[in-house]
Ligand binder design. Structure first.
Ligand code: FES
Length: 150
């Protein structure tokens, strides 16, 4: 389990106007790499490395899937909802191959964080880290060590 000491405080990540213009920004919040996204009037924040294999979500396209806004990982095209970090996949019934594929949820796979704006400044507060989520691995020291060896 990750240490949660001192990580509950919000961290300034940029000016609201700049983020609205750039639409994306990466930041380090209490040692965690996050991407802050501005899309259609809302701010979102999530772990920057995709839960599947560490792909760069800050470079992903945004698509609406099944009524939910998703970031599409540029590496293997996994779809992750911006608001909840849910992994989405398409399922077909193998016994009815002519039926149309249905979007389903794998549950929350990518850790999302809280964004708030105060006096034109944007802050990120990390979510509760006490229970593990798949994307946590790509924030770990173990993962960073594997990158150094590669
Ligand atoms: Fe993101 Fe594989 S690393 S889909």
């Amino acid at each position: 389990m990750a240490s949660t000491a001192g990580v509950e405080s919000s961290v300034f990540v940029g000016k609201e106007d700049d983020l609205i213009q750039s639409k994306r920004k990466t930041a380090v919040v209490h040692g965690r790499h996050v991407v802050v996204i501005y899309h259609e009037g809302e701010f979102y924040a999530m772990d920057m490395h995709c839960y599947h294999a560490g792909g760069p979500l800050h470079l992903g396209d945004i698509e609406e899937i099944n009524g939910k806004l998703c970031i599409v990982c540029p590496w293997h095209k996994y779809k992750i909802t911006l608001a909840e970090g849910e992994g989405l996949y398409q399922s077909i019934n193998p016994r009815a191959p002519k039926s149309t594929a249905k979007w389903c949820s794998k549950g929350v796979k990518q850790r999302t964080h809280c964004v708030h704006v105060r006096n034109g400044d944007v802050y990120v507060t990390l979510s509760d880290l006490s229970a593990g989520i798949d994307s946590d691995y790509y924030q770990s020291e173990e993962y960073r060590q594997t990158l150094k060896k590669a």
